[in-house]
Ligand binder design. Structure first.
Ligand SMILES: Cc1cc2nc3c(=O)[nH]c(=O)nc-3n(C[C@H](O)[C@H](O)[C@H](O)COP(=O)(O)OP(=O)(O)OC[C@H]3O[C@@H](n4cnc5c(N)ncnc54)[C@H](O)[C@@H]3O)c2cc1C
Length: 370
């Protein structure tokens, strides 16, 4: 069986990798490899067990291919948050050296991993013989193929795995996908030594931070208009917000990156309902490095006839209504669990109760710094 994979990022190369292991002949087509950061963070501290399971499996996959480095994970949350589903080794504290916690806030300390995703993906692309070219998806009747440099590249199956370009490529081929692209931003800054070993998720103020090469530290957040560029004054506003927690950080450079998300705030994979040989993997949004390899493995299993139904199957969302990606909280973000808890439970902590009484507080949208 011959598979054509369009897109050579995490989703595309890992799908190609697992398909080849299952005996497929794979033709990979990948445009420019562009990662905003050399190493991505992989965390197991997420509110949904199925995401944690994917991240755990991805970590195993990466560990076979590259060295991953452990860092201290600091998740800042309001007290009263339901951590009963957090089944990884962790500690709950109310002080963290070098990080200012306010009354009513806690920190969950666990282990995150820095993965050299850019290098892993580049090496796999070489090994799998990806063609460096721009491809177009074409659907004729109920079958898909790819056009590269004016020529037709056909396969028994076609996998669309082009990241934020998925939707546009599908639309140009006359089909729909329940995936929407958006922009998010990262700022490289100078930070105090204490931070260099911390991977921070601040779910109260709404930002993340992770080590780069000392003394550089990366901070980010945001969801903005696709290809809209970095909003004016974004870096200094974000730096001011982060300084409230960790003391002064000095912004040096800012980058916008393109992401994509599904209607449930997470990734999707599966078979397109109207095109008999087309499979899709996308919507990896802000945590594709964490769940991408394991999701690609599931897609390869599905293609080879050994798939199963799970929360990420594209077929479940085929008829989803149009949605605004910036109104959705991503699945890996503890604010989603907080929102559900806030709406559903009576046993919240005092600040959550106060927020509920006031209709404000933690569970409203985090401060917009963009
Ligand atoms: C600033 C920032 C920080 C992030 N930090 C993290 C993190 O710490 N941890 C984490 O897990 N995730 C992180 N992410 C998210 C992660 O980068 C994405 O989820 C992931 O890259 C998505 O993988 P993908 O393969 O679906 O898409 P992409 O990485 O976008 O890859 C798609 C590939 O397809 C190619 N392509 C597109 N169109 C075509 C075409 N027509 N023909 C041929 N090729 C094409 C592109 O050139 C590209 O190489 C971050 C994202 C951003 C923007």
């Amino acid at each position: 069986m011959r598979a054509v994979v369009l897109g050579g990022g995490i989703a595309g190369v890992f799908t190609a990798y697992f398909l080849r292991r299952l005996g497929f002949r794979v033709v990979g087509i990948g445009g420019r490899l562009q990662y905003p950061l050399a190493r991505l963070v992989l965390t197991l501290s997420m509110p949904y067990e199925d995401d944690v399971e994917l991240a755990r499996r991805s970590l195993e996959i990466y560990s076979e291919l590259a060295e991953v480095e452990g860092v201290t994970s600091v998740d800042i949350l309001p007290e009263g948050v339901d951590l009963s589903r957090l089944r990884i080794p962790h500690e709950v504290v109310d002080t963290v050296e070098g990080v200012r916690l306010r009354p009513g806030e806690i920190a969950v300390i666990s282990r995150d991993y820095l993965v050299p995703v850019r290098r892993v993906v580049a090496e796999l692309r070489r090994e799998l013989g990806f063609i460096k070219a721009h491809g177009r998806l074409k659907v004729v009747g109920d079958a898909a193929h790819v056009i590269v440099n004016g020529g037709r590249v056909a396969g028994d199956i076609v996998v669309l795995a082009a990241g934020h370009m998925n939707r546009q490529l599908a639309q140009e081929a006359g089909i729909n996908l329940p995936l929407v692209p958006y922009d998010c931003y990262a700022v490289i800054c100078l930070a105090r030594r204490r931070l260099w070993n911390y991977s921070i998720g601040d779910y109260v103020l709404g930002w993340y931070g992770r080590p780069a090469v000392p003394p550089l530290y990366i901070i980010g957040n945001g969801c903005g208009r696709y290809c809209g560029g970095v909003p004016r004054g974004y870096a200094s506003r974000l730096a001011r917000l982060v300084s409230q927690r960790v003391g002064r950080v000095i912004p040096l450079a800012v980058r916008a990156g393109h992401c994509e998300v599904g209607p449930h705030g997470g990734p999707l994979y599966g078979k397109h309902p109207h095109v008999k040989n087309l499979y899709v993997i996308g919507g990896l949004d802000g945590y594709g490095g964490m769940v991408g390899p394991a999701l690609a493995e599931r897609l390869a299993a599905l293609i080879s006839g050994r798939g199963f139904d799970d929360a990420y199957r594209l077929e479940r969302y085929a008829d989803a209504a149009a949605f605004d990606p910036c109104s959705i909280v991503e699945r890996h973000d503890w604010r989603l669990a907080l929102k559900t808890q806030y709406l559903n439970t009576q046993d919240a902590g005092p600040r959550v109760k106060k927020a509920r009484e006031n209709g404000t507080g933690f569970l409203s949208r985090p401060p917009d710094v963009y």
